[in-house]
Design a protein. Structure first.
Ligand code: NAD
Length: 500
């Protein structure tokens, strides 16, 4: 592994958590990075108790002052951007450029939250009764439980935490067991900022644990919001657990994102987005382009161009994600590779044409899972095409009319990101109205999003929205308040007379 000095610089952050329970490997070469102890259910319950105490203090700090803490966090992240990006790449396997992009998203959401800290606006509502004043105000909610996935090991925490902190809420973070080190690194940076600022203890905590211990947080009504990012299977498991105690859930789950390429597409604009969306991040983004739905007249051309470019990448651009020339790093682990191969076998059995998908660099790196991105030409959407396989597999399908394209587009269980490539305004507007996804783009791909917009999706993607726009409202409690300021006994609601 490169840069042992950088890794050593994180040792103080890891040291308090070192143990024998959880080995952490780098997907770059399969090597062991370190071994951590994990938290038990009882440890998680204690973290909730500490967070409840922190809430009692933090909720009373004025919101713009809370924003000052987040401003300093953003500044700290700027100072440590390069080494944190390096750790993201080492632990997760995304290319360094994308590691930097992920840390930049953390900085951006901090900036957004600082502004927000002076704009947690409520409403003044016209009362139907004389001499009554009605308002709607927003109040801190309580400790927020954040569960994050391996593929955005640090950004997801910041999307939640920056908003939660300005809204007056502590955060308990359960990172993926595959990427706990980046969480511990963020926690250490946060603690430096919190100490300089004089924030209450335990405003942010990390629990390194499996799903059984995490249940302590999911089932505890002292944690009014669980914000969980991961697979649809995870959301299906925890959603009912949180609902059973009438808690709030913000679910950010799997996607099966499609790009529609119409006859009117400008292919010079479309092709780079299609390629990056399909192949970039080794297909391990929730917004990865998994389906390309192409007008039949362009079906062969688009498939050939995508598979030729994917083959070129496989030939010399798949490899160590720390190397500047690399465009695609490894899959996270062996299980991910096996799931990919099973999906390709299933597509072949259904009569699809598969190019790519084979394992690469096995001779030199037997414990790492690098693959050639797979392009799959398929005449109809069925079977495995409707599933999210978290690997670089792109299904390229034909359509004849735009109505049919939209039917194909919407006929999957997930509803995260979608896109149309067209130069025709009517096609673009029809697409935006008809796509059932949380994100609908025109002439840009499905992959990635800006923090200023609300991010999330419909159907089995879970319905949650986080990051920009008015997502902050989920981290607060809404209150409607009516004041009577007259001197006579007030009129009763609904005009009821209650004379005795
Ligand atoms: P995963 O579901 O295996 O794990 C995600 C997190 O949930 C981990 O921390 C895991 O420990 C935890 N978890 C899983 N089951 C749990 C349970 N029953 N109780 C408590 N915690 C549980 O997902 P992953 O493999 O880490 O990430 C990939 C998935 O995440 C993909 O499906 C991807 O689309 C999705 N994802 C979605 C978004 C989004 O914003 N919609 C963003 C990133 C990733």
């Amino acid at each position: 592994m490169h840069s042992p000095d950088v890794f050593a610089s994180f040792q103080p952050a890891f040291a308090p958590y070192e143990g024998t329970d959880l080995p952490v490997h780098s997907p770059i070469d399969g090597g062991l990075l370190t071994t951590l102890r994990t938290h038990t259910k009882a440890d998680v319950a204690e973290a909730i108790e500490r967070a409840s105490v922190a809430f009692g203090a933090w909720r009373n700090v004025p919101a713009p002052k809370r924003g000052e803490l987040v401003r300093r966090l953003g500044q700290k992240l700027r100072e440590h951007k390069e080494r944190l990006a390096w750790l993201v790449t080492v632990e997760n396997g995304k290319i360094l450029e994308e590691g930097r992009g992920e840390v930049q998203e953390m900085i951006d959401i901090c900036d957004f939250a600082v502004g927000l800290s002076r704009q947690l606006y409520g409403l003044t509502i016209a009362s139907e009764r004389p001499l009554h004043a009605m308002t709607e105000t927003w109040h801190p909610l309580g400790p927020v439980g954040v569960i994050s996935a391996f593929n955005f090991p640090v950004a997801v925490w910041s999307w939640n935490a920056a908003l939660a902190f300005v809204c007056g809420d502590p955060v308990i973070w359960k990172p993926s067991e595959k990427t706990p080190l980046t969480a511990l690194a963020c926690q250490a940076l946060f603690e430096e900022v919190a100490a300089e600022f004089g924030a209450p203890d335990h405003l942010s905590q990390v629990v390194v644990c499996n799903r059984h211990a995490a249940a302590a947080m999911i089932e505890d009504s002292r944690v009014p919001l669980i914000s969980a990012t991961g697979s649809t299977a995870m959301g299906r498991a925890i959603g009912p657990q949180v609902a059973a105690r009438f808690g709030r859930c913000l679910l950010e789950l799997g996607g099966n994102n499609a790009v529609i390429v119409t006859e009117k597409a400008d292919l010079a604009v479309a092709m780079p987005s299609l390629l990056f969306g399909s192949v970039g991040t080794a297909g391990q983004r929730c917004t990865t382009t998994r389906r390309v739905i192409v007008h039949r007249s362009l079906w062969d051309r688009v498939y050939d161009a995508l598979s030729e470019n994917a083959a070129r990448i496989a030939a010399n651009k798949v490899g160590n994600p720390l190397d500047p020339g690399t465009l695609v790093g490894p899959l996270i682990d062996r299980a991910s590779y096996e799931t990919m191969q099973a999906a390709l076998a299933s597509a072949r059995a259904d009569g699809a044409t598969v190019r790519g998908g084979q394992r690469l660099l096995e001779d030199v790196l037997p414990n790492a899972y690098y693959v050639a991105p797979a392009m799959v030409k398929v005449a109809r959407q069925s079977g495995v095409v409707c599933d999210e396989t978290f690997a670089p597999i792109t299904y390229v399908l034909p359509y004849d009319t735009l109505e049919e394209a939209m039917e194909i587009h919407n006929a999957v269980p997930q509803g995260l990101s979608s896109s149309i490539m067209t130069t025709d305004l009517r096609e673009a507007e029809y697409f935006k109205r008809t796509s059932d996804c949380g994100i609908a783009n025109v002439n840009i791909g499905t992959s990635g999003a800006e923090i200023g917009g609300a991010f999330g999706g419909e159907k089995e993607t879970g319905g949650g929205r986080e990051s920009g726009s008015d997502s902050w409202k989920q981290y607060m409690r809404r209150q409607t308040s009516t004041t009577y300021y007259g001197t006579e006994a007030p009129a009763l609601a609904q005009g009821i007379r209650f004379d005795v």
